[in-house]
Design a protein around this ligand. Structure first.
Ligand code: 6PG
Length: 247
């Protein structure tokens, strides 16, 4: 599978990457005259972006009352656990900027990851207003993504059942393939695809090997994750595969 519709944008380094991601996020919010829905991601890659959004220069450009914040996956740990992805986003910008009722965390106080997945799926469906995804009306304006060393994205790991899920919007993942080895809850590929833009943020030399495999179209979750709209790969020089240099 060649990823011909994967648009790679090369940037100098992590600071430029965060700025460009912030501009794209603001552009997607501005393009929606109603309420906009953003699906955040965990891991370390989005941290600089989240910090930037809390600065006066960016914060003042976001109509906070009109934006709803979701998360593409989370670790099944307490809401205030340092490993919790939404806790990280809350700490870095949401709690200072967004009204509480616009923040939609995965309920990790559920009985188990499956229960949390069912509850989050109903929350997404009630926000969307329908229980079937309509390509003419994407669920999210923007979905942020990262890539792990094994080619996972969100908490969809290579060869796990979640990778082939076509019906459910959210599933429980009892065991992670990489650290931290805690159960996860993840949106599925069709739910993540239901967006106007999917934006991957990839930085640092440690990402170059896996990115080379993903962009070559190897059958990995990150290669399969594509928006029904635009799919953008923001990549810094250190992570950029050899064959993408100078393009
Ligand atoms: C998670 C993430 C995960 C992450 C990648 C990249 O819960 O860990 O949502 O999919 O985006 O593993 O992580 P880094 O940005 O830390 O490399």
């Amino acid at each position: 599978m060649a990823n011909d519709n994967h648009h790679v944008i090369a940037v100098a380094g992590p600071a430029e990457l965060a700025k460009m991601a912030a501009e794209r996020l603001i552009a997607r919010i501005s393009a929606n005259a109603g309420r906009a829905a953003i699906c955040l991601t965990g891991g370390s890659s989005p941290k600089q972006l989240y910090q930037l959004l809390a600065t006066d220069a960016y914060r003042s450009r976001i109509p906070w009352d009109h934006v709803h914040w979701f998360i593409g996956d989370d670790r099944f740990v307490a809401a205030d656990d340092p490993l919790n992805n939404m806790a990280m986003a809350r700490r870095l910008f949401l709690d200072r900027c967004a009204p509480a009722d616009t923040i939609h965390p995965i309920p990790t106080d559920a009985a188990d990851p499956e229960d949390a997945a069912r509850r989050y799926e109903s929350e997404l469906k009630s926000y969307y207003g329908f229980s079937r995804l309509n390509p003419a009306r994407p669920l999210f304006d923007l979905v942020l993504m990262g890539v792990g060393p094994d080619g996972h994205t969100a908490s969809i790991f290579p060869d796990y059942p979640a990778m082939g899920e076509t019906g459910r919007w959210v599933v429980g993942v009892p065991k992670a393939n990489v650290e931290p080895f805690v159960p996860r809850v993840t949106l599925t590929l069709p739910a993540l695809a239901s967006c106007r833009e999917m934006l991957f943020q990839i930085a640092g030399p440690g990402k170059r090997a896996i990115l080379t495999r993903v962009l070559a179209g190897e059958n990995l979750p990150a290669s399969r994750a594509q928006s029904i709209g635009e799919t953008i790969w923001l990549v810094d020089q250190a992570a950029l595969p050899e064959n993408f240099r100078g393009r």
